[in-house]
Design a protein around this ligand. Structure first.
Ligand code: SAH
Ligand code: F3S
Length: 497
């Protein structure tokens, strides 16, 4: 007699890319935890989820390497499932191309459709050969039995491609139906292990089509999540220990435009501010044309909303902005920044810049350096242009040589390092409110690491027991006197006020 007990497997989630991907992976992790699956290394996992990024070619190359590695692993192991999610999944065509190239991918999954996961596991993780399944107990029988050849004793899964068997099971893929506009996000699932800082995706997809960018093709049109759904999720996150929420969207100020009651970003922040235990609200990414004066004024008056804006400009030259199809001129961008600084004087600013985009001349590049000097951002994220097949710009010549892109990238970094240092020096001697994120060990020295309200990294040591009664922990708000600064962080000492 046999009793069958189908075991839960082990999973590994591999994530690259932006905060949105990190948020998505946390939700998938919770789902798998709730299904009773156990986290493991990639080598030990029965389900490997690759959460991919396509914004530049480097993270895509990493995913292709992982897929090649998993192909070899699958040839050795019959109990391995591979799922792909994130930006490498776009429409049916991208899925078809990928599954032709990588027939060992068992599941193509958009986060919006992750409720397919339990069904997928039920179907694919169920052993299909009766004998020798995992956890099958063979009760002793009186009659001596012929031993089964070892091959037959190994579990065989519906996914099996092991030992040269031909794969007969088609990969699963769920793609949005054309015109599907409702934001569907795995809302009842929250990060299993919430840190004091948590991501809250509020708008999925993007309605703009910047000529260099793959995101709209892979993430679809913009869909806002309903306010009450977000409130519910935010409350659960706070109950589980989150103290700071970062609201995510590609052009985050467009939140609510597609919802029946059209709440805007500031309305959402007003509602979120009422949640007890939530200390800070952040948001990204900003788009200058959607940010109204009223929105900024209301945000600036909400004490929990932190004074930081990530507002990508991408280039400091009008012709480049046109080629990028950013939808604003330099003058409009600068006017918006002036207005934001007027209405919200304590604001810190970060931006994204692409260097070496198609046809960028030395003069056009100089205009970007001029803009950086003029605005004096606190942080600049700079990237060398990377052709993304399928975008409008992929039809144009990628004519700035790689060496030149790198030179421009370093030139931006150099100018920005000086500006950031100068800006950070204004914090010297000031007392900043810091939320502790974790304990950091560098060069054998342990220090608390957190961020001030303007999103700058701050390090400080645990005070001597003789001078402080408090033993700090992640999530605590601590007053820190700043004593030393670099372009990238602030360093100080906790003070008890
Ligand atoms: N929604 C954001 C951008 C999302 S993509 C916005 O409004 O700008 C994140 C960043 O990746 C972009 O700001 C851009 O600087 C960079 N990026 C996007 N496509 C790129 C490409 N093809 N090459 C290099 N960098 C790119
Ligand atoms: Fe990409 Fe432009 Fe949207 S950079 S994400 S298409 S705003």
């Amino acid at each position: 007699m046999t009793t069958t007990h189908i075991p839960r497997g082990k999973y590994h989630i591999w994530t690259v890319g932006c905060q949105m991907n990190q948020a998505d992976s946390q939700r998938i992790q919770t789902m798998l935890d709730e299904l009773g699956w156990e986290e493991a290394s990639m080598e030990q996992a029965n389900l490997v989820v690759l959460n991919t990024c396509s914004v530049r070619s480097a993270p895509e190359v990493k995913a292709h390497n992982q897929l090649a590695h998993l192909k070899r692993a699958k040839e050795q192991r019959s109990d391995l499932l591979v799922a792909l999610m994130g930006c490498m999944i776009g429409n049916q065509k991208t899925i078809d191309d990928l599954s032709k190239r990588y027939p060992h991918i068992d599941l193509f999954m958009k986060v919006e459709h992750s409720d397919i996961l339990p069904h997928f596991l039920e179907e694919r993780w169920t052993p299909i050969s009766g004998a020798g399944c995992l956890d099958v107990e063979l009760l002793p029988s009186d009659e001596p039995q012929e031993l089964e050849p070892i091959e037959n004793l190994l579990p065989t899964f519906a996914t099996s491609t092991a030992r040269g068997k031909k794969q007969t099971v088609l990969p699963m893929a769920i793609t949005p139906k054309p015109g599907e506009r409702i934001a569907h996000y795995p809302t009842k699932i929250e990060p299993a292990r919430v840190s004091p800082t948590a991501w809250l995706p509020i708008v999925l997809g993007c309605n703009k089509v910047c000529t260099y960018c793959i995101v709209p093709y892979r993430r679809g049109r913009e869909r806002s999540r309903p306010l009450d759904e977000l409130m519910l999720e935010a409350r659960t996150l706070v109950d589980k220990g989150a103290r700071e929420l970062t609201l995510l969207g590609q052009t985050v100020e467009s939140y609510g435009l597609d919802l029946p009651e059209q709440p805007d970003l500031a309305d959402l922040m007003t509602s979120l501010s009422e949640i007890d235990g939530l200390q800070r609200i952040r948001f990204m990414t900003s788009y200058p044309r959607y940010m109204t004066d009223s929105m900024i004024e209301r945000m600036a008056h909400l004490p929990k909303v932190c004074e930081h804006l990530n507002i990508p400009v991408q280039s400091g030259d009008d012709e480049m902005l046109k080629r990028m199809k950013r939808g604003y001129t330099l003058e409009e961008y600068c006017e918006r920044i002036d207005r934001v600084r007027e209405l919200w004087p304590s604001i810190s600013l970060s931006t994204d810049i692409i260097v070496g985009f198609c046809g960028e001349t030395e003069e056009e590049f100089q205009h970007t350096l001029d803009l950086i000097e003029k605005i004096r951002f606190d942080v600049v994220h700079v990237a060398a242009y990377s052709v993304r097949p399928g975008t409008v710009a992929s039809r144009w010549e990628d004519d700035v040589p790689l060496q030149e892109k790198k030179r421009r990238l370093h030139a931006v970094e150099e100018v920005q390092a000086r500006i950031a240092l100068e800006r950070n020096q204004t914090s010297l001697g000031q007392i900043e409110e810091v939320m502790i994120e974790d304990l950091n060990t560098t060069h054998g020295r342990q220090q608390w690491r957190g961020r001030n309200r303007t999103n700058k990294l701050v390090f400080f040591p645990q005070p001597e027991a003789s001078t402080s009664q408090r033993v700090y922990q992640p999530g605590d708000l601590v007053s820190v006197r700043i004593e030393h600064v670099t372009p990238w962080s602030l360093q100080g000492c906790a003070v008890e006020l």
